[in-house]
Design a protein around this ligand. Sequence first.
Ligand SMILES: [Zn+2]
Ligand SMILES: [Zn+2]
Length: 80
Amino acid sequence: MTPIRGRPRQINSLPMASTSSIQQHFLEKIPLPVDFQRKTYFLRCRQCSANQIRKETSYRCKTCPKKPPLCPECFESYHL
Ligand SMILES: [Zn+2]
Ligand SMILES: [Zn+2]
């Protein structure tokens, strides 16, 4: 008889890998354009405008390829 217990351990692919992607993203202040006259630079939050909300932010995601402007409230939900 072959014992049922003690079967060789299988390498399982962990499905939780995608949930940690936000840890690779960082909020940074949007640098002012060189010819910009005012103190703070504001852009429309990408996530808010997708939700039809008019909101401006001076922050963006540093690590996203497109560096989208995001307000701190939307930063997490944008990456979910
Ligand atoms: Zn927002
Ligand atoms: Zn990002």
